[in-house]
Write a protein that binds this ligand. Structure first.
Ligand code: NAP
Length: 523
């Protein structure tokens, strides 16, 4: 497919009117063709108007038809073949194998949402039948289902050019819920975005859906993004990226005459706890696992283990020594964009001013290559110094040495909200781990035992979320099928004649849903 540099507004390909962006191949620091001219307010308005026009039709599509649409998107993405892998790899510096894996995850995710749509559990149908004889007052017939919120604005992530971008988790969950989607492409991978955007637009046509179900806009410099979030027809936002970007979008959404929810996934340092018995028994294996998790994908995962917390002593020294011996063998890796590389360098040099450098990876041998770093500090210094608590996006981690369990608890209480918290424990550590659990449950969206936080399974039980600043709304997840719930709201129908009720709520239960009927779950 020839890349055109054009936006997709419904089924139309249009050139933007604002300054053009070109992707940069971060491995060579060279720009890639074509240029993508940014959209303006009028084009945002056009996309939102189409999305609004599509909304009432799209949200009432039969479950099987909507599921088929999601599956068709997945089929179309797979049909793009090597072209997609090559372009995504050139635009991000990520190896082809990683992009292929991510493509599998993206398509698997779309198909998982198709299964979820077909099951219909998300409609959460509740029926309280009328009780006309009830004393002292009769009860009306009350029926509840969930409907889609409205058109959703999606901001793709730089670090997952497929799985969290144009057809990624936010788009898939919003489409599954019945919401049209307008994507603001990430400026770091516009060509990948165009390829995937065309695959979605083609699926819209194949499935005979209203064209406004999907649009794709370009634009850097925040104009398009802010115009999108403040358009009155947009009813929710999905975002993955920087803390400053997420907070700016939340503020813009809250300042609207009609405020809307923003589901922003932003910043997390993902504490890893090494409890004494586990550390004593397997410091070497823990250090090996830690270095592998830390350096995977140049550390550019939102769940990268940026903080290690343990009691000081000989076992922790062994862990630090082994990790420090391994790190110099780890090659510097190309980071996603020159901007992300430069932010990494700044973050590392700030840490170096406030903590001891324990080890460094191999020095860079090409442009935009991040060198891995391991720092060590004392718990008291960590508690007193906010520079030590900030996320450094990349392969850098800080070991915090605690005097005792109480200081470990204090450090934990001091942490901001996190996507994950990891506990390495043996049998003897369980009482100490149990004592810390209430703190960690308050801090993080996912708690893991004897594993590593990188690698997020897309499944029904996953929670990829957590209190601020991990996300802007801890009540939901952005990964896994429960992400559909972010884009729904309940509506109750009182005393409706059957013929006027939506199918999901009709007396005969034509969709065969497992309803909550008069307080009992149907089989
Ligand atoms: P970003 O700068 O926040 O950009 C994400 C998207 O939001 C882009 O499309 C960007 O537009 C847009 N945007 C950012 N600020 C905006 C604003 N104030 N108004 C309107 N739109 C705005 O994130 P990034 O470029 O992917 O990475 C930068 C940093 O974010 C990294 O160094 C890292 O610290 C963090 N990050 C975190 C995660 C995570 O999973 N937690 C993932 C990736 C990055 P443009 O396309 O014009 O830039």
């Amino acid at each position: 497919m020839t890349l055109t540099g054009k936006m997709l507004i419904g089924q139309q390909s249009l050139s933007g009117h604002r300054d053009a962006i070109r992707a940069i191949n971060p491995a060579t620091d060279t720009p890639l063709e074509p240029a993508y001219a940014g959209g303006d307010g009028e084009q945002v308005e056009q996309a939102c108007a189409l999305a609004w026009d599509a909304f009432d039709t799209y949200r009432e599509t039969a479950l099987a038809d909507r599921a088929r649409f999601l599956e068709t998107i997945a089929d179309n993405i797979e049909a793009l073949g090597d072209e997609l892998v090559e372009r995504a790899s050139a635009e991000t510096g990520l190896p082809s194998a990683r992009i292929q894996g991510e493509r599998g995850r993206t398509c698997g995710q779309l198909r998982a949402f198709a299964r979820t749509v077909r099951l219909g559990e998300w409609l959460d149908v509740r029926v309280d039948t009328a009780q006309p004889q009830r004393q002292p007052l009769p009860r009306a017939d009350l029926r509840q289902r969930h409907i889609a919120l409205g058109p959703v604005a999606v901001f793709g992530a730089s670090n997952f050019p497929l799985a969290f971008s144009v057809a990624g988790g936010d788009t898939a969950s919003a489409l599954a819920a019945g919401c049209p989607v307008v994507v603001k492409a990430h400026s770091a991978h516009p060509g990948t975005s165009e390829l995937v955007g065309r695959a979605i637009a083609q699926a819209v046509k194949q499935c005979d859906l209203p064209e406004g179900v999907f649009s794709l806009l370009y634009g850097s410099g925040n104009e398009v993004g802010i115009a999108l979030v403040t358009d009155p027809r947009i009813k929710a936002v999905g975002f993955t990226g920087s803390r400053s970007g997420g907070v700016a979008l939340c503020q813009a959404a809250q300042a609207r005459p009609e405020p809307i929810p923003v589901y922003a996934e932003m910043s997390s340092i993902n504490p890893v706890y090494l409890f004494p018995a586990a550390l004593e028994a397997r410091a070497q294996a823990l250090a090996e696992g830690f270095v592998a998790s830390l350096t995977q994908g140049a550390g550019q995962f939102c769940t990268n283990p940026g903080l290690v917390i343990a009691l000081q002593g000989a076992a922790l020294e062994r862990f630090i020594t082994v990790a420090s011996d391994l790190l110099p063998g780890c090659a510097a890796q190309t980071m996603l964009t020159p901007g992300i590389f430069s932010a990494y360098e700044t973050g590392v040099s700030t840490l170096a001013k406030h903590a001891k450098v324990a080890a460094k990876g191999l020095a860079a041998s090409g442009p935009n290559q991040g060198q891995a770093h391991l720092f060590v500090t004392q718990a008291q210094a960590f508690l007193n110094n906010e520079h030590l608590q900030a996320e450094v996006f990349g392969a850098t981690s800080l070991v915090v040495e605690c005097r005792d369990a109480e200081q470990m608890r204090l450090v934990s209480e001091h942490l901001e909200g996190q996507l994950t918290a990891t506990l390495h424990v043996d049998e003897h550590d369980l009482p100490q781990a149990r004592a810390l659990l209430p703190v960690l449950e308050r801090k993080a969206g996912r708690l893991l035992v004897n594993g590593w936080p990188t690698g997020v399974e897309v499944c029904d039980a996953m929670v990829h979320g957590g209190p601020f600043p991990a996300t802007s709304d801890a009540r939901s997840t952005s990964v896994g099928t429960a992400a559909i719930l972010r884009f729904l709201r309940p509506v109750c129908y009182q005393d409706f004649p059957d013929a006027l009720l939506p199918h999901a709520l009709q007396h005969s239960n034509p969709l065969l849903l497992r309803r909550l009927l008069d307080g009992q779950r149907e089989a």
